[in-house]
Design a protein around this ligand. Structure first.
Ligand code: GLU
Length: 480
C-alpha cells in the first residue's frame, strides 16, 4: 500500500520549529515513498484555537515549500462522523457516561499511586445528560504495545492507564477519539509526530481496536515519534524562553532552503559528511528508521552558520531578490516585523545596492543584517555608532591628522579601489602608522561604524564629493 501520512497541527499558537520539523519529516517520507502528504488542521479546541494561528501554519508551510497533496482539512468539519462513531462506541459499551467533577476526582484520588481517573463511574450506570461526558473503558489487564519505528516497542501496562475522556459533557469529541477516527477515515499508514504525543498513542491504539469492532476493520498505522527539541541547557524548547516561532526566523532573514536543511538534521543525519543538502537530496537520503530517539539540540548558531553558507552559494541576483524585504520592503509581498529600514524610497539607489551586494553577501549570515550594512549609502548622514565614534574619532589623538591628510590625498587620487588602497597605504607609511590604524577613522567617518563592506569599494560607490563631505564632517566630530 502506498504510504499516506499526515501532519496534524493544532492552531493554538505560533507555528513552532518542532512542528515545522514534524511537517518536514512527513513530507520527506511521502515524497520518497511516492506516498501522499495530508495536512489536517486539528481545530476542535475552540477555546485555544484561533484563525490567525491557522493562517500562520499555512503561510509557514508555503514558505518552507512543504505543499500538501491533500488538504488542508479542518478536523471540525468531520465532527458529525466523530459523534456518530462515539454513539456506537457508547452503545457497544466501549465508552461509559461519567458525571464526576474535577474536584471530586481530585479528592478521591489524591492518595492513589496511579494517576488520573479512578473508574468511579464505570459500573454505576450513570444516565447520560448535559453534565455527563463519555470515558473509554480501558481494559484492567494486559498492556498496549506501541510499535515505534524509531523507538522500538514501548509498553504501556493497562493498570497504569486511566479511563480517559473521549467526549466532553458538551458532546464535543476529544483528541484520542477524533484523532484516531480521522486517521482511519484518511487511511493513514504512518503517524509521524513529536515525542510529546507518545503517551497518547496507547489510548489511540485502544480506540482503534474498539473502532475495528464497531466499524470497518482497518490496519493500525505505524508510529514514529520524533525526538523532542532541546535548548543549550538540554531543556525542552520552551515557548516562553526560546525563540520557537518559525515566523521569527523568516523575519530575521533565514532562507527557507537553509532552514529546511537545518530542520532535517534535528534527529537525523546523512550518511555522508556533507550536511548541506537540497530538498531533492534530502528526499533521496532521508530514512525514517534512521531517526534517532535522543533529544535533538536546536542549535541556532549552527543553523545561522548553515544559512551563511547558503547565502554565499547564491548568485548575486538571487541574493538581491531574497534580500528585497530588508532593502525595499514596499515591493515585497510581506514585511519582516520589528525591522526598520532607515532610508526613504527616494534616497534608495538600485545601482549602489547592486555594486555593494556581492560584498555584503560575503559578510552576513542572516538577511536582516543587510540593512545596517548598506544604510550609509542611502542616508544623508551615516547612522553613527557611538562606541565607534568615541573610540576612533574622539579618543584617538591622531584621528584629526589622519582625516585631514586623507582629504588631501583622496582629492587628487583616481577613484578606483586599488588606487585608493595604494594611496592610503603610502600615506600610512609616511605617517609611520599601520594601514588598519588610518583606515579606522575613515571608515567610521564614511559609514558610521567599524564593520561593514570593504572600505575602498564603499568609497568608490559614494564618490569623491560625498567622501570629502563626510571626512570633513568627521574632522569636526573628532575635534570635539
Ligand atoms: N494535533 C496534535 C498536536 O498538534 C497532533 C496530533 C497528531 O499528530 O497525532 O499536538
Amino acid at each position: 500500500m502506498t504510504p499516506r501520512v499526515r501532519f496534524a497541527p493544532s492552531p493554538t499558537g505560533y507555528f513552532h520549529v518542532g512542528s515545522a520539523r514534524t511537517s518536514l519529516f512527513n513530507w520527506l517520507y511521502a515524497r520518497q515513498s511516492g506516498g501522499t502528504f495530508i495536512l489536517r488542521i486539528e481545530d476542535t479546541d475552540a477555546e485555544r484555537g484561533r484563525e490567525e494561528w491557522l493562517a500562520g501554519i499555512i503561510t509557514a508551510m508555503a514558505w518552507l515549500g512543504l505543499s500538501a497533496d491533500e488538504g488542508p482539512f479542518r478536523q471540525s468539519s468531520f465532527e458529525l462522523r466523530h459523534r456518530e462513531l462515539a454513539e456506537k462506541l457508547y452503545e457497544s459499551g466501549f465508552l461509559y457516561a461519567c458525571d464526576c467533577k474535577r474536584d471530586q476526582i481530585d479528592t478521591r484520588t489524591k492518595d492513589r499511586k496511579t494517576p488520573g481517573y479512578d473508574g468511579y463511574c464505570r459500573d454505576r450506570g450513570v444516565m447520560r445528560s448535559e453534565t455527563t461526558g463519555l470515558r473509554f473503558r480501558t481494559p484492567d489487564l494486559g498492556e498496549t504495545v506501541v510499535r515505534d519505528v524509531i523507538r522500538g516497542d514501548v509498553v504501556f501496562p493497562h493498570d497504569a492507564m486511566e479511563d480517559f475522556m473521549a467526549v466532553k459533557s458538551s458532546g464535543a469529541p476529544l483528541f484520542p477519539l477524533a484523532n484516531m477516527i480521522d486517521d482511519r477515515e484518511m487511511e493513514i499508514t504512518h503517524v509521524i509526530r513529536g515525542e510529546d504525543l507518545l503517551p497518547t498513542a496507547p489510548k489511540q491504539i485502544l480506540m482503534w481496536q474498539a473502532l475495528n469492532e464497531i466499524d470497518v476493520t482497518l490496519d493500525l498505522p505505524a508510529y514514529a515519534h520524533l525526538p523532542m527539541l532541546v535548548n543549550e541547557q538540554r531543556k525542552k524548547l520552551s515557548k516562553r524562553k526560546d525563540p520557537v516561532a518559525v515566523e521569527s526566523y523568516r523575519d530575521k532573514g533565514y532562507l527557507p532552503q537553509a532552514f529546511v536543511n537545518y530542520l532535517s538534521l534535528l534527529g537525523w543525519a546523512p550518511k555522508g559528511k556533507d550536511e548541506i543538502l537540497s530538498l531533492e537530496q534530502l528526499v533521496e537520503q532521508f530514512r525514517l528508521e534512521d531517526v534517532n530517539h535522543a533529544p535533538a539540540f536546536f542549535d541556532i548558531a549552527k543553523m545561522t552558520h548553515i544559512n551563511g553558507e547558503y547565502l554565499r552559494a547564491m548568485t548575486v541576483d538571487a541574493f538581491m531578490e531574497s534580500a528585497k524585504p530588508w532593502v525595499h520592503p514596499d515591493e515585497g509581498d510581506w514585511v519582516p516585523s520589528d525591522h526598520e529600514i532607515p532610508w526613504t524610497r527616494e534616497r534608495f539607489q538600485e545601482d549602489r545596492w547592486r555594486v555593494i551586494a556581492p560584498f555584503v553577501q560575503e559578510r552576513i549570515t542572516m538577511l536582516s543584517e543587510v540593512t545596517a550594512m548598506i544604510d550609509f549609502l542611502f542616508l544623508e548622514t551615516p547612522r553613527f555608532d557611538e562606541a565607534a565614534v568615541t573610540k576612533v574619532l574622539v579618543n584617538d589623538a591622531d584621528a584629526v591628522l589622519i582625516l585631514e591628510r586623507a582629504i588631501e590625498v583622496f582629492s587628487v587620487t583616481d577613484f578606483v579601489p586599488e588606487v585608493l588602497h595604494a594611496a592610503l597605504a603610502d600615506l600610512s607609511e609616511a605617517m609611520g602608522m599601520k594601514l588598519r590604524k588610518t583606515q579606522a577613522p575613515i571608515r567610521v567617518a564614511l559609514t558610521g561604524t567599524s564593520v561593514g563592506p570593504p572600505l575602498f569599494e564603499s568609497m568608490v560607490i559614494l564618490g569623491l564629493d560625498e567622501v570629502l563631505k563626510r571626512l570633513n564632517a568627521a574632522v569636526v566630530i573628532a575635534q570635539g
